[in-house]
Structures are given as structure tokens and as C-alpha cells.
Design a protein around this ligand. Structure first.
Ligand SMILES: [Zn+2]
Length: 359
């Protein structure tokens, strides 16, 4: 089904009917706390999860700077930071008049019920009045809430063509990622339900002014969406810097693809970047201004090159053990070692392959 043929069927909806029932949040600094939020717990099970507590309780939320309401980060662009492990996973909202698009759905049904739905309600939206749900890739912390949104009346799921099969069974892929380094991988998700895409997009196609840019590297189906009117690039996990604090290092499963993707973005007109996690060294997820975006992209390339130099140097000193190389890469960046090393082991393996060493 082509994007154009289905676009005309994406009907607009009135948000007025939901406004009167929206909960009014109490605001503590940057935290908006509604009754539903106080009960907010998030199951943890995704690819980026290095520790696996059963839930994340309210206390941890208060210790974080994460907001639980949509923050405006650009013209018509909003970001919701849904708590996830010791960090957060971003959900984007793009508004076009009465039309509203969600990009990504956080990690779980609980995240949808306790964080995303209340945050939508603050803006007069419900899952059934969202025009369409898109995603940046099919890792659990980005599509873990898709099934629940469908249960709650989501009308349309839009997928990059390369994600359709994974989206149908994300748990299978969740397990596959862990199969490469089983001794160093976190347990797979307990629950991760898939859905069928209603609309399939190809690289370069646009949906209501959102242009899909296939940016492989982090994973094969990673995409960015560029809001061409405002110049906002929504990157999800496509650009990782030095990874998150809990991860300790960027995860790229395809090094040449990752570099090509950054170089591709350097040729786009971008006014701001909104990341999907608080990546180091920036931590704040929004990069504002064309000049700053150019620096941000160059910094991402520089980090990859430096990772490569470090791995090559240790390998040259005789270090052959993949987990040990991963540990060194993380600690050399000043980061804490995660409980599971598999994500950084993918990154190290890519650098070894670039040196002609196969694992
Ligand atoms: Zn990811």
C-alpha cells in the first residue's frame, strides 16, 4: 500500500471532546504529576536495558529530571521522556493542526497506560484520536507500547518497509539480538507483542511533511524523520554519541552504515535534532540551531573514529578478548560498566571487522 494512497484516508479528528476529561497535573518543577502518574511503573525488557529490575517505582522518578508531560521542543514538535531503566525513552508527538502523529511508544503497556495516555490527555488527545503511530526502529524501548496503543483504539500504524517483519514479532528479534553474545546479554523481554503495519513507507517518502530518512547503523532498520517545515530531525537511537550513562558506549551494529548515515544527514537542512535518549556527552536531548547541529553531527563522527583508534590500539597491544575490549572502551570514556556487555560488544565487533578481524 503506498503512502500517498493511504494519506487521503487518514481522517482528521476533533480533540475538543477529550479536553473536558483531561486530568489537570500538579507541577513540581519540571515534573507534572497526575494521579495516574503516581502509580506509574514501567516494565523493563528492551535491547538497551542493561539491568533488569521488575519495575521502576515512584521514588526513582523523583530522583530523575524526566518530565512526564509532552515538552514542546520545536514548531509543532513535542517530546515525552518515559522513564526506562535508569534513564528515559523518548516518545515524539508531531501536531499538524488537528492531526497528531506519535513516533515511538516507549517500552511497555504500563508506560502507555501510566505515562503516555495521561500525557496525551493533557493535550486533549487519546490513542484513538492520534492520526497515526510511527516508529524510529523496532527495539523494545521504542515499540514496546505499540500493541497496547492498538488495544486502546489506535487507528493507523505506519512503518518503514524494513521494519514491518520485526514489528510483527519484536520479541523474536529481541531474542535474536541476545543470541550473538548469550553469556553477556540481559534476559529477553518477558512480554513484547507485535502489531501489523497499516501503511508502509520507503526511504525518502513523506507523510504529512515528515520525510523518512533510512539511517542504518544503530540497527538495520533505524530511521530518522525530518519535519521539513520546521527543520526538526527526530533521531530516535540513530545517533548515539557515547551512548547513555547506563549503556556506557554507543551501540552500532553496522559501523559503515552508521558513518554513511551521519554523512547523509550532513547534507540535509536541519535546524534542530531531538534524540530518543539522553546520549552522552550532551545528555540534554535537543540540539538547537543549524551550526550546533553541524557540530553535533561532526562530534558523532569523531566519537566513532576515536572508538576505532582505541580498539585498534588495545588490539595491537595483544588484547583479543571481546568482553575485555568492550570493558576498556566503556571505562576509557569514564563511564560505569553495565551489568551486561552485549551492546558494546556489538560495537567493538564492528571496529574489529573494520580492521579485517572477524568474530
Ligand atoms: Zn535502539
Amino acid at each position: 500500500m503506498s503512502t500517498e494512497s493511504t494519506l487521503s484516508t487518514l481522517s482528521t479528528v476533533s480533540t475538543e471532546s477529550t479536553l473536558s476529561t483531561s486530568p489537570q497535573p500538579r507541577v513540581f518543577g519540571r515534573l507534572a504529576i497526575g494521579n495516574a502518574f503516581l502509580a506509574c511503573t514501567v516494565s523493563l525488557f528492551c535491547v538497551g536495558c542493561d539491568r533488569l529490575p521488575a519495575t521502576l517505582g515512584t521514588e526513582e522518578y523523583f530522583g530523575m529530571s524526566a518530565a512526564v508531560h509532552f515538552e514542546k521542543v520545536g514548531p509543532g514538535i513535542y517530546l515525552l521522556r518515559v522513564p526506562f531503566s535508569s534513564t528515559w525513552s523518548g516518545v515524539y508527538l508531531v501536531r499538524r493542526g488537528e492531526r497528531a502523529y506519535l513516533l515511538d511508544s516507549a517500552a511497555s503497556a504500563e508506560g502507555v497506560d501510566n505515562c503516555l495516555v495521561p500525557a496525551l490527555a493533557e493535550l486533549g488527545l487519546t490513542p484513538s484520536t492520534v492520526t497515526a503511530l510511527l516508529h524510529t526502529h523496532t527495539h523494545g524501548d521504542h515499540v514496546g507500547g505499540h500493541y497496547r496503543l492498538r488495544e486502546l483504539g489506535l487507528r493507523r500504524c505506519v512503518s518503514y518497509a524494513g521494519s514491518v517483519a520485526k514489528l510483527r514479532d519484536p520479541l523474536r528479534y529481541n531474542k535474536l539480538i541476545r543470541a550473538a553474545f548469550p553469556a553477556h546479554s540481559s534476559p529477553p523481554a518477558a512480554v513484547l507483542l507485535g502489531i501489523e503495519a497499516d501503511v508502509v513507507m520507503q526511504d525518502g517518502e513523506s507523510l504529512d511533511g515528515l520525510r523518512l530518512l533510512h539511517c542504518p547503523g544503530h540497527d538495520s532498520d533505524s530511521v530518522c524523520y525530518l519535519d521539513e517545515a520546521g527543520g526538526t530531525l527526530l533521531t530516535g537511537d540513530s545517533l548515539q554519541g557515547n551512548g547513555t550513562k547506563s549503556q556506557g558506549c554507543a551501540l552500532y551494529m553496522d559501523l559503515p552504515g552508521y558513518v554513511r548515515s551521519i554523512e547523509r544527514l550532513q547534507n540535509e537542512k536541519i535546524e534542530r535534532v531531538v534524540m530518543g535518549h539522553p546520549y552522552l556527552p550532551w545528555e540534554e536531548p535537543v540540539v538547537e540551531g543549524a551550526a550546533q547541529v553541524r557540530t553535533f553531527l561532526a562530534d558523532n563522527l569523531a566519537i566513532v573514529a576515536e572508538n576505532g583508534r582505541r580498539v585498534a590500539a588495545w588490539y595491537g597491544e595483544g588484547v583479543r578478548d571481546l568482553p575485555e575490549l568492550a570493558r576498556r572502551l566503556i571505562t576509557s570514556r569514564g563511564n560505569q560498566l553495565p551489568e551486561y556487555l552485549f551492546l558494546t560488544m556489538y560495537t567493538v565487533r564492528e571496529h574489529l571487522r573494520a580492521m579485517g578481524v572477524s568474530y
